[in-house]
Design a protein around this ligand. Structure first.
Ligand code: G
Ligand code: G
Ligand code: NA
Ligand code: MN
Length: 253
């Protein structure tokens, strides 16, 4: 209960901050997107990572207002970058299960887009496979989100429930290959085969694909040879604060 109260206070006192991890076009090496990831700048404990508070936020339901804060902050920041003259790129935001199942999610997102004046095509929402288990609900929600003009990606792809039959029915734009597959592509032929197959499948389904957790040049080469569009991971940059991200936007990685 103490942590829960602290989370409430953190919302009121604006103690949350966003970090940003670049998403890189594999052909040109340019930053073509950023993923927003929350941190908690705690008055005593310093920068607290999400795995220390997101699980409780999800249990308590606080993830809904926290998620709304993330959405608004991300849209606002992206609009600011555009106003400052940075080349427009989409910002991606992780949606929690509770947010995805929330009543009037479309209205809330629409409201944030209006308030921040961000063009919807520069917002990407990341959902996980577990949120698509109720197939009819998922299709309905995704169709509503797509009506707004935002992009939708499936995060941690390959780790959850993934019926290929339904995949083609979901109105989504992109798959994010989970980093657990990318980690061992150079040592485990099964993981290499899985990653190569997911990439080939996305091309056939006309989806974009990004590989997460790229940490080595060999992994990058493998992904390039297998025609992966985009990459994200420590090889390029960990999630960084606004100033560091802006430095990369100006000077490249
Ligand atoms: O750097 P990383 O430690 O940022 O993130 C750890 C986990 O926390 C990841 O699974 C990530 O998806 C989750 N996470 C980070 N930011 C957010 C957020 O804004 N909303 C939700 N729901 N999860 C987040
Ligand atoms: O669950 P989601 O994919 O949203 O989580 C992103 C998480 O992955 C964050 O915690 C982020 O810090 C972490 N991450 C990003 N790049 C790398 C990487 O190259 N290696 C590892 N191990 N983690 C990464
Ligand atoms: Na994510
Ligand atoms: Mn992921």
């Amino acid at each position: 209960l103490r942590l829960e109260n602290e989370l409430r206070r953190a919302l009121v006192n604006e103690e949350f901050v966003l970090y940003y991890q670049p998403q890189v076009d594999i052909g040109s090496g340019r930053i073509v997107g950023v993923e927003a990831l929350i941190r908690w700048n705690h008055p005593d404990k310093g920068m607290v990572m999400p795995n220390h508070f997101i699980p409780l936020a999800e249990e308590s339901g606080l993830i809904v207002p926290i998620g709304e804060w993330v959405l608004r902050a991300a849209c606002k920041q992206n609009k600011t970058w555009q106003s400052e003259g940075y080349a427009p790129i989409p910002i991606s935001v992780n949606l929690s299960m509770r947010q995805f199942f929330q009543h009037n999610l479309k209205g809330k997102i629409s409201h944030v887009l209006e308030q921040t004046e961000l063009d919807p095509r520069y917002l990407e929402l990341e959902i996980t496979e577990s949120m698509t288990m109720d197939v009819d609900h998922a299709i309905q929600s995704l169709l509503e989100l797509k009506e707004l003009g935002v992009n939708v990606s499936i995060d941690d792809f390959g780790t959850g429930y993934s019926s290929l039959y339904y995949l083609k029915k979901f109105p989504i734009d992109k798959l994010k290959i989970d980093r657990s597959f990318v980690r061992d592509i150079m040592v485990d032929p099964n993981d290499a085969a899985i990653v190569a197959t997911i990439i080939a499948m996305t091309h056939h389904l006309n989806l974009k694909v990004i590989a997460e957790g790229v940490e080595t040049e060999d992994q990058l080469k493998f992904l390039y040879q297998n025609r992966c569009n985009e990459v994200q991971g420590y090889w390029f940059s960990p999630p960084v604060d606004r100033l560091e991200l802006e430095h990369m936007l100006r000077h490249g990685i």
